[in-house]
Design a protein around this ligand. Structure first.
Ligand code: GLN
Length: 464
């Protein structure tokens, strides 16, 4: 824990942590030492972790990286993080993310962007006099950008993250780390700041597939406080790492061969196919005919749910409050000052698609599309397919400030390979699969059957 605390301090220029909690870490580490001495160690005893700032941590500031939560200190602990402490883990601090997890680059955070520890080969980046990183740096992806950067830069052994449309898998791909979004309902959402409740899931980002398997076992499990959290036993995920994949059927969706797909991404995908085939898997071409509607439908469903979830930030219950002549003006001023531009955009889109007169044309239609997407996968799995292989992202990490400043849709397009998985509630893992010609990491995604994270760990380990 001490070595990690020092590393976190030295790497402040990356802006991965929004709050360091060294006293907390040392206290937990001392308790772990005692348990280890007594031979009562939990599965994560003494392991130093970073926690995304979307997870409520008791007595420790939790803001979802939004000004509107101000200095909110929750009097409760999220179920997922409490299970990590139960198993012996140690908290180094809270990790940066896009505001309310809305974004693909970590640039919407009220605490500012996170720097990806990876650099383009030959790029002009160095540390300035004050240790600040200068030059053309890259985003770590989002929304779990702090989690991915911290793991990649060895500022924690693993981190918690959340994924509504790709926020675990895309940053993992951009930083050469592993990230798994489990099946919807596998982890409790209780105590996690809500973005789009029917899509949100917690999961780990780690350095290896095995690390993610160990983390997920502690994070998953039934919790009566989240009614969508499923009551089924949590398998020993680590046992599936290294298991043979001989005879498994891997689907390659032809609709994902997008027009204009980056040639390097296409080559990487082919490489992944070859690796799985060499390890004994059977490769089958499949069709997901409605996948092409996933992105537009996601950008209706997610903002709709977000606009409803964010209604609670009214200046009364949490954090920030601006003064007004009456309560309406207080609400307006608080929300105007507290939310960033992307969050406001989502609230406006969400309110619009839910309003009477537009509800049927947008929200209801998007929900129907969602069912069709889910059925596409059901049909494929009914054919005996064990998992689907796709690229994780359409490109490697891009530069800070490079995308989305004039056109938010440009940023939204980054989620083209990941949102389908959330729309269908399926598990998906991103594993590092190689470097592009700029020397930057690229990831592949494996999508599994509901509650079959084990197959993803077995397959993922062949690729990483
Ligand atoms: N980038 C997507 C969005 O902005 C997904 C974010 C997420 O998964 N939390 O909505």
């Amino acid at each position: 824990a001490k070595a990690h605390i020092a590393a976190v301090e030295q790497a402040r220029a990356l802006n991965a942590y929004v709050l360091e909690t060294p006293e907390h870490a040392l206290k937990q580490a001392a308790a772990s030492d005692e348990k280890l001495a007594k031979g009562e160690a939990g599965p994560l005893e003494g392991l130093p972790l970073g926690i995304k700032d979307l997870f409520a941590t008791k007595g420790v500031r939790t803001t979802a990286c939004s000004r509107i939560l101000g200095n909110f200190v929750p009097p409760y602990e999220s179920t997922v993080s409490s299970q990590l402490w139960r198993d012996g883990a140690v908290m180094l601090g809270k990790l940066n993310n896009d505001e309310f997890a809305m974004g693909s680059s970590n640039e919407t955070s009220a605490f500012g962007p996170v720097v990806n520890p990876w650099r383009r080969e030959g790029s002009n980046v160095g540390a300035g006099a004050a240790g600040a990183i200068e030059g053309n740096h890259l985003v770590p992806g989002g929304s779990s950008g702090g989690s991915a950067a911290a793991v990649a830069a060895h500022l924690c052994l693993a981190a918690t993250a959340t994924d509504t449309g790709g926020s675990i898998r895309q940053p993992a791909a951009f930083t050469g780390t592993v990230g798994i979004k489990p099946t919807y309902g596998r982890c409790s959402r209780w105590g996690i700041v809500a973005f789009a409740s029917s899509l949100d899931q917690a999961g780990p980002i780690g350095k290896t597939v095995r690390d993610c398997a160990v983390m997920l076992r502690s994070m998953a499990g039934h919790d009566p406080r989240d009614t969508t959290c499923v009551d089924r036993p949590v398998p020993d995920y680590e046992a599936s790492v290294g298991r043979s994949i001989k005879g498994m059927k891997i689907g390659i969706p032809k609709e994902y061969r997008l027009e204009g797909l980056n040639a390097e991404i296409d080559a990487l995908w082919q490489q992944g196919i070859d690796w799985l085939r060499a390890a004994g898997a059977e490769i089958v071409e499949i069709s997901l005919p409605h996948a092409k509607y996933a992105l537009p439908a996601y950008y209706i469903v997610a903002p709709a749910e977000a606009s409803s979830n964010l209604a609670r930030y009214d200046g009364v219950r949490y954090g920030l409050r601006e003064q007004g002549r009456d309560i309406i003006e207080m609400y307006e001023k608080t929300r105007a000052a507290g939310f960033g531009a992307e969050v406001k955009r989502r609230i406006m889109i969400g309110t619009y698609v839910l309003s009477s007169g537009y509800y049927d044309a947008y929200y209801l239609r998007a929900q129907k599309v969602r069912t069709l997407i889910k059925r596409d996968f059901e049909a494929v799995y009914d054919q005996g397919i064990d998992a689907v292989l796709t690229p994780a992202t359409p490109s490697s990490a891009f530069g800070i400030g490079e995308k989305g400043s004039s056109d938010p849709v440009e940023m939204y397009l980054n989620d083209v390979f990941t949102v389908t998985v959330n729309m269908a509630g399926l598990p998906g893992i991103a594993v590092p699969a190689g470097l592009d010609s700029q020397g930057l990491p690229l990831g592949l995604q494996l999508i599994g059957r509901p509650f079959d994270e084990e197959t993803l760990f077995s397959l993922g380990q062949v690729i990483e």
